[in-house]
Design a protein around this ligand. Structure first.
Ligand code: GTP
Length: 598
């Protein structure tokens, strides 16, 4: 297609505002996917992804559309992941587009995630088309929400489109305005090849499938390409488009969106944001904005059964092929035996990996509480980065500790101001400002240690606002604080995996709450178990779990036999997730106890 007939766009929306439903509608309206295939093909695909807990990976779809002027256009929809853990991927997807549909639920209004992505889109000079969705709902108030968009973002909403992705109303207008309002790509077909990788996935048969947008030049099957950041060269086995199934084509040129395969072994070799050029005639400069996604949250992964260690290694190696951001290295702990210290983009990423290891690789894992990376300034002038609290050097050796900080934005109805400010206060947040964005909705800004956000902040925020608040955060650098290492001793032995790094002012209370929580979580055993929390050699809290009494077991016998069986089965299930530390069986929940303190 000539460049003037191409439109590349994405959809920006808050979770549940209707992005997937609208995308499906667009595919259906343009005949890209027939209505009757819809269920089977697209939705199912997504369900699978959703079931796996991964952001929907529609990735990209090419549609053909006949506009009002009778001309045929190619519309490429490029997906953006909807979670803050993946905001770098979002920025690359936006860079591949000239326009964006801003979808806002007309009964809900603007949310933090939406705003963050709108600002990213504006930075990338994208044309933004406001779409007020769900106008079929009785609670929809498109006029009011439209004003909100105008006030908050400063967008002209005089030509916002009212739509219902459910009934299909407004969908034809959306297609026409993509043609009318989104600029065509720049015509740079005759320049050297530069194409942007905005996504990739691992296919066990063909190797990595790379999704890209051609910015200038052209590329074809059999071309030898150079990936400018990874500095690797490959010969293209396949070049094609997503229509929406992969379909091979001869060549793709500037402005077009497609995929290639080139027997690439791991997604880490074709990273999002990298620039594709021709090995024989390379571009002089890569496209701007490439950075390597860095893990921010770390935890220990240990097999409950030590024999599964080799399986865990193999599973992590395999996952790594399809997950460039996952980091891991062997970790040995006297308490836990052999395992791995793993790094993730954020908490969601961590949960996805853990879930996949357990479900797809059938492993039983003990996961230790997440930690951030601390920067430790040593007395001797050196700097040590610590991602495992148990390895924090002794106080005599260190001069100070700095921790990562984030800028946090929360959007909520103003009736929750008090509850939210209290929560932020508890989490060592420094108040920056509060703005009324409408008469009854506010934006709260705080600066807060990342460590306080990656623990269950999000869940707390949701539960204290009945789900009405939304949040967004970005890293702003390291700051020194008076931090200490809080150790836990179980039965007199130091339990490394339970060690945390914490602010001095909180250490006493957390130590106390932690041993109380452990007392609840660790089952009674045949002997009495002392539990202690200490800072250095000073014990700050202690509790003990009394020994099991023989007659408790005895009582179980004699009752209904099937009930007893059930009880035993239940116990057996619980046992699977235990790790013996010293002589004490510690269940999985205990390792996360520090996240669940009151
Ligand atoms: P994530 O996939 O979680 O990011 O959400 P999303 O933004 O893709 O939203 P999705 O399309 O899954 O829609 C969320 C819910 O809203 C679903 O239950 C949809 O059926 C519903 N929905 C979407 N559009 C409309 C609409 O126009 N009207 C009504 N009444 N419901 C809608």
């Amino acid at each position: 297609a000539p460049v003037s007939r191409i439109r590349n766009f994405c959809i920006i929306a808050h979770i549940d505002h209707g992005k997937s439903t609208l995308a499906d509608r667009l595919l259906q309206e343009t005949g890209t996917v027939a209505a009757r295939d819809m269920q089977a093909q697209f939705l199912d695909n997504m369900e699978l992804e959703r079931e796996r807990g991964i952001t929907i990976k529609l990735q990209a779809a090419r549609m053909e559309y006949t506009a009002a002027d009778g001309d045929n256009y190619i519309l490429n929809l490029i997906d953006t992941p909807g979670h803050v853990d993946f905001s770098y991927e979002v920025s690359r997807s936006l860079q591949a587009c000239e326009g964006a549909l801003l979808v806002v639920d007309a009964s809900q209004g603007v949310e933090a995630q939406t705003l963050a992505n709108v600002y990213l889109a504006l930075e990338n000079d994208l044309e933004i088309i406001p779409v007020l969705n769900k106008i079929d709902l009785p609670g929809a108030d498109p006029e009011r929400i439209g004003r909100e968009i105008e006030e908050i973002i400063g967008l002209d909403i005089s030509n916002a489109i009212h739509c219902s992705a459910k009934t299909g109303m407004g969908v034809p207008q959306i297609l026409q305005s993509i043609v009318d309002r989104v600029p065509a790509p720049a015509d740079r077909v005759e320049e050297p090849l530069r194409a942007l990788i905005f996504d990739s996935y691992y296919d066990p048969y063909r190797g990595v499938i790379v999704y890209f947008r051609v910015i200038s030049g052209r590329l074809a099957k059999k071309d030898k390409v150079l990936l400018m950041a990874s500095k690797k060269t490959y010969e293209l086995d396949e070049v094609g488009i997503m229509a929406p199934d992969q379909r091979q084509v001869q060549e793709l040129h500037a402005g077009e969106v497609g995929y290639f395969s080139a027997s690439i072994k791991a997604v880490a070799d074709a990273r999002v944001g990298d620039t594709i050029t021709l090995a024989a005639n390379p571009a002089s400069e890569p496209l701007p904005g490439y950075t390597e996604a860095k893990p921010m949250v770390f935890c220990g992964l240990f097999p409950t059964d030590a024999d599964q260690y080799p399986d865990l290694r193999e599973a992590l190696d395999k996952l790594k092929l399809s997950d460039a951001a996952l980091k891991f290295e062997p970790e040995t702990s006297s308490a836990m035996g052999f395992g791995f210290r793993c790094g993730f983009l954020g908490l969601l990423h961590m949960e996805i990996v853990q879930e996949r290891l357990e479900r797809e690789y059938d492993l039983d894992l003990i996961v230790t509480a997440p930690s951030v990376i601390y920067q430790v300034n040593m007395i001797d002038g050196s700097i040590m980065m610590v991602d495992n609290p148990a390895t924090l050097p002794e106080p005599q050796a260190r001069a100070s500790i700095a921790e990562p900080y984030v800028k946090l934005e929360i959007y909520a109805p103003n009736s929750y101001n008090g509850a939210l400010m209290e929560l932020c206060q508890e989490r060592r947040g420094a108040f920056i400002d509060m703005k009324y964005i409408t008469t009854d909705r506010v934006a709260l800004h705080y600066e807060m240690p990342l460590a306080e956000v990656v623990t269950d902040f999000f869940d707390q925020m949701k539960s204290r606002t009945k789900g009405y608040a939304s949040m967004e955060y970005s890293l702003i650098g390291y700051r020194e604080n008076f931090l200490v290492r809080l150790d836990v001793l179980i039965n007199g032995e130091k339990a490394d995996p339970l060690t945390t790094i914490i602010h001095r002012d909180k250490a006493y209370n957390v130590g106390k709450a932690l041993v109380e929580k452990l007392k609840e979580l660790i089952p009674r055993q045949q002997f009495k178990i002392p539990l202690q929390a200490s800072i250095g050699s000073r014990i700050v809290a202690s509790e003990s779990i009394s020994a099991i009494r023989k007659d408790v077991l005895a009582k179980c016998y004699g009752g209904d036999i099937s009930r007893k069986k059930k009880l035993l089965q239940k116990q057996a299930k619980g046992k699977k997730r235990m790790k013996a530390m010293g002589k004490v069986d510690v269940p999985q929940e205990a390792f996360m106890a520090v996240l669940k303190l009151n």
